[in-house]
Design a protein around this ligand. Structure first.
Ligand code: SF4
Length: 415
């Protein structure tokens, strides 16, 4: 009898790599804490799909407020902080990463305090890219004003259909223009060879991350969306370093071993689902159990696939960075996004799709703009639309959602 057959529906076997993941993330936060306490290294804040490689290559420790926002959500604390940001003039309808992060800061609370931080690491400079949304500019500007430090932005046009030379050249020039501004703050001058090296490390880390996600093409999938949402930490915060590469080699080995031994992320995989949109961070574990109980594996997602920047190339670091960060799903036109979605649904043998409409992030909620109908008329894959949010639990009804998911899976079983 295979290990797969010995699993019960309630028993989700945890990935053993989680120990190495914990260590990798702890080490990352230790480096940030050391920089905060000793001042030995400068600290740059960066958006999750911002120019991390450039910052690491110039000797900064890099902190990502979105990662912090996800920690607040996963810790089920966002609703404690959002009202404080609202009281300071931020609408409850805008990005709940932003409102929970700023609210927590005003309340002087952070999950990092459990790791010995007094507060979030004080920035020496903040750098954002609007490739994901305009909100990041407002978010970073709040902190720039508070700490009286510079904030730099790359302005990427939204809805890019064709990745033309004009677009790439423009973003590449904006990236190059950051260099003299960063040099005013960094302890070291820009070195093209160090930048090439960081870009190559980022490329290799992204390729490994893609290969990790692609293991889920196998039936049964050895990893699902809920695992991937946790294990994506290093590719978000350590892109451009050897640390991310080292970790994804460990994870990939374990997943390949699972494939050899027919071990699935979901004990009895019968239905293969695609997740479009953001995770509900505050429901990650209960959702993982619910889908496992329904013999359904979420095998692929737009969200986790967003950190596959495999166009990065150290031979042409500025232009390839401009291409990679403008090719990102969220910044593309509806037609380009649909093409990517349909390809992923086909590659991962998906038989149902869930569109999570995150109330406070329309940019990550493609069903707001009719994608679900257009994709369905092409590939006839059934879909479910789920109302919720990345962090704000007031936008989510547990009872309604569970009934909707159970009914959807019954329909798939009928098909
Ligand atoms: S993409 Fe959405 S969730 Fe991410 S920072 Fe922008 S508004 Fe917030």
């Amino acid at each position: 009898m295979s290990n797969q057959n010995m699993q019960t529906r309630e028993e989700i076997i945890k990935l053993q790599s989680v120990q190495a993941l914990r260590q990798t993330m702890d080490d990352y936060f230790s480096r940030l804490k050391d920089a905060t306490e000793t001042g030995r290294k400068k600290i740059a804040w960066c958006t999750s799909v911002g120019p991390a490689e450039l910052l690491y290559s110039m000797g900064f420790e890099v902190y990502f407020p979105e990662n912090h926002g996800a920690m607040l959500g996963a810790g089920k604390n966002a609703d404690k902080y959002i009202p404080t940001a609202v009281a300071h003039g931020y609408s409850p309808e805008i990005c709940s990463y932003l409102t929970s992060d700023i609210g927590a800061f005003i309340q002087n609370e952070t999950p990092l305090q459990k790791m010995g931080f007094k507060s979030v690491p004080k920035p020496d400079i903040l750098v954002y890219n609007t490739n994901q949304c305009r909100e990041v500019g407002d978010w970073f500007s709040f902190y720039a004003k508070h700490f009286n430090v510079p904030v730099l932005g790359i302005y990427t046009p939204l809805g890019i259909n064709e990745l033309s030379a004009v677009v790439i050249d423009n973003i590449s020039k904006q990236l190059q223009a950051l260099v003299p501004e960063l040099e005013k703050i960094a302890d070291q001058k820009f070195d093209i060879d160090k930048f090439r090296e960081a870009v190559n490390l980022s490329h290799d880390g992204c390729v490994l991350w893609r290969e990790v996600l692609e293991t889920a093409m196998h039936k049964p999938a050895p990893i699902n969306f809920f695992d991937a949402a946790i294990h994506m930490g290093p590719i978000v915060v350590m892109r451009g370093t050897q640390y991310a590469i080292d970790y994804y080699k460990i994870l990939k080995d374990e997943l390949e071993n699972r494939i050899e031994n027919h071990i699935g992320a979901v004990p009895q995989e019968k239905h293969r689902i695609y997740w479009e949109g953001m995770p509900l961070w505050f429901k990650l574990s209960s959702m993982a159990k619910l889908f496992a109980k329904l013999d359904s594996c979420i095998v692929a997602s737009t969200y986790c696939n967003s950190w596959v920047f495999d166009d990065l190339d150290g031979n042409d670091p500025f232009n390839s960075s401009a291409l990679a960060y403008s090719k990102l799903f969220i910044v593309r036109s509806a037609d380009a996004k649909q093409e990517v979605l349909e390809q992923l649904m086909s590659d991962f043998s998906v038989d149902g799709i869930i569109y999570h409409e995150a109330k406070t992030c329309p940019r990550n909620s493609n069903n707001c703009f009719g994608m679900q109908s257009r994709a369905n008329s092409n590939n006839k894959i059934p879909y479910l639309e789920l109302n919720g949010d990345l962090n704000d639990p007031r936008c989510y009804s547990e009872e309604q959602s569970v009934i909707a998911i159970e009914t959807f899976i019954q329909q798939l079983a009928g098909n």
